[in-house]
Design a binder for this molecule. Structure first.
Ligand code: NAD
Length: 477
């Protein structure tokens, strides 16, 4: 058990104002492995004050100064890469190889991309040659960054790097159940030599530090990633100070598998849902299968789910680890039981722990077939390794079912007919549409429609979220 009770405020690690210990649990063993502190109002106040004071000078820094510091941070990130791999694996249960190839690599790729985008970004431009109006893009100010546990460093990267790049200062509140990699990240920021107060970290829970940040009058913007539940509470609490609120929330992605899909489409869809133990907000958790290939698809999906190993996060190799916490485990198991009670066919997995593991928050890769879109398992974001298979007959019906959800983050299309794929992609109400397993390029915008949130992270869209736009008339006089 190790202790990491301090917060990073105004360029140094400081003791919490009041002691409020919190045990961080290893989800593979259900045992605590670290102690942190949950902050109080005084800690939040000290962090916001430091960020507000630092903004005065930081907003005046040149793009080159900020690029220079980000490049130093990139070197340190690469040097300490394996520490982040280990930390994310133990705190959130990512298998060690996945933690390296995906979780930690994602943070590095965002940093590299933001440096490139920043180099090309114009913070000033003339409106047009006939006009005497001038447009300036200026940092919005002090930002409150609230992040989730499912991709701890990736989500920090999508907020902290563009905030640095645009000249904003910030208070980061990482998830209390996965706070170790964020604290290592704060050490890296310190080592890179960012001026004091530009970046501050206070640990805490949603009801405490999270709420203090979202309602704070000296915070100009909140960037939040997490549940739709918390996103709504944050928006309400932020309303009195009319701060900008950017939200990346949940999802319930549809994956339309047409009869003319490529041979591995069903198997890839299953692997995609199960990766990260089903804890991806853009996971394709509703597989819609054209009726003519439905029976074959259910068999393929079942076989594939049965092939996926579930094991300790510390083990090397290709498997899935536990889900993050007892709360999430109980929620997922309850929803699996609800699916059975609702009359869906349990084709693989189920509510019991895998037989090779006697403890830990492990869930079997689970497939439900014969699901209808009005069942709770098709409506609620389960956030575990659970796939629902729903049959459809026509293209119109597939589009209707896919869009019949309160979410709109990631949807997927599988067909060899390129024109059909493009036609359907344009009809889907979501911020992301993935055709035939193609992935996102670095620097493309990421975010959702409807209750999956607002705003976009990544690339120039990610930079613009942190900027105010100013029009100055009479520039040429
Ligand atoms: P959560 O919303 O409970 O917690 C996320 C963060 O918000 C944590 O730091 C938590 O302490 C904080 N928080 C909770 N309540 C708060 C409040 N009232 N005010 C301020 N802060 C508060 O969610 P979670 O269980 O940690 O994460 C899982 C959820 O996040 C899933 O629903 C998932 O889809 C969503 N998610 C979305 C994306 C995306 O990019 N769209 C990415 C990751 C996770």
């Amino acid at each position: 058990m190790f202790e990491k009770r301090d917060f990073y405020i105004n360029g140094k690690w400081v003791k919490p104002f009041k002691s409020n210990d919190f045990e961080v649990i290893n989800p593979s063993s259900e045992e605590p492995f670290a102690i942190i502190s949950l902050g109080s109002k005084e800690d939040t106040e000290a962090a916001v004050k430091a960020a507000k004071e630092a903004f005065v000078k930081w907003k005046e820094t040149s793009k080159e100064e900020r690029i220079n510091l980000l490049e130093k941070l990139l070197k340190i990130y690469k040097k300490r890469f394996n520490e982040l791999v280990e930390a994310q694996s133990i705190e959130m249960g990512a298998p060690i190889d996945y933690s390296k190839s995906d979780q930690t690599a994602a943070g590095q790729s965002h940093l590299e991309d933001f440096i490139l985008r920043l180099k090309d970004f114009k913070f000033e431009e003339h409106f047009d040659s006939k006009s005497n109006n001038h447009i300036c893009y200026e940092p919005i100010g002090v930002c409150g960054l609230i992040t989730p546990w499912n991709w701890p460093i990736n989500q920090i990267a999508l907020k902290v790097f563009p905030a640095f790049a645009t000249g904003c200062t910030m208070v980061l509140k990482p998830p209390e159940i996965a706070p170790i990699s964020p604290m290592l990240f704060a050490e890296m920021v310190h080592e890179a030599g960012f001026p004091k107060g530009v970046f501050n970290l206070v640990n805490g829970d949603g009801a405490g530090v999270g709420t203090q940040i979202s309602g704070h009058p000296d915070i100009d913007m909140i960037s939040f990633t997490g549940s739709t539940r918390a996103g709504k509470l944050i928006s309400k609490n932020a309303a009195d100070t009319t701060k900008r609120v950017c939200l990346e929330l949940g999802g319930k992605g549809g994956n339309i598998v047409f009869a003319d899909s490529y041979p591995n489409a069903v198997r890839d869809g299953v692997r995609n849902v199960m990766s990260n133990s089903g804890q991806n907000c853009d996971a394709p958790t509703r597989m819609l299968v054209e009726k003519t290939i439905y029976e074959r698809a259910v068999k393929e999906a079942t076989n594939e789910a049965n092939k996926i190993n579930v094991d300790l996060a510390s083990k090397e190799g290709d498997h899935i680890g536990p889900v993050i916490s007892k709360t999430q485990y109980d929620k997922i198991v309850d929803l699996i039981k609800i699916g059975i009670a609702e009359g869906a066919t349990l084709s693989a997995g189920g509510p019991d722990r895998p037989s090779n593991l006697s403890k830990g928050y492990f869930v079997k890769p689970t497939i439900f077939s014969d699901v209808t879109n009005d069942m709770q398992i098709a409506k609620k974001e389960i956030f575990g390794p659970v796939l629902c298979i729903i049959p459809f007959e026509t293209e119109e019906e597939a589009i209707k079912i896919t869009n019949d959800t309160e979410y709109g983050l990631g949807n997927y299309i599988q067909t060899e007919d390129k024109e059909k794929a493009k036609r359907v992609a344009k009809k889907l109400r979501s911020g992301l549409v993935y055709i035939n397993g193609n992935s996102l390029d670095p620097g493309t915008p990421y975010g959702g429609y409807k209750q999956s949130g607002n705003g976009r992270e990544g690339g120039i869209w990610g930079l613009e979220e942190f900027l105010e736009v100013k029009t100055i008339t009479g520039w040429k006089q």
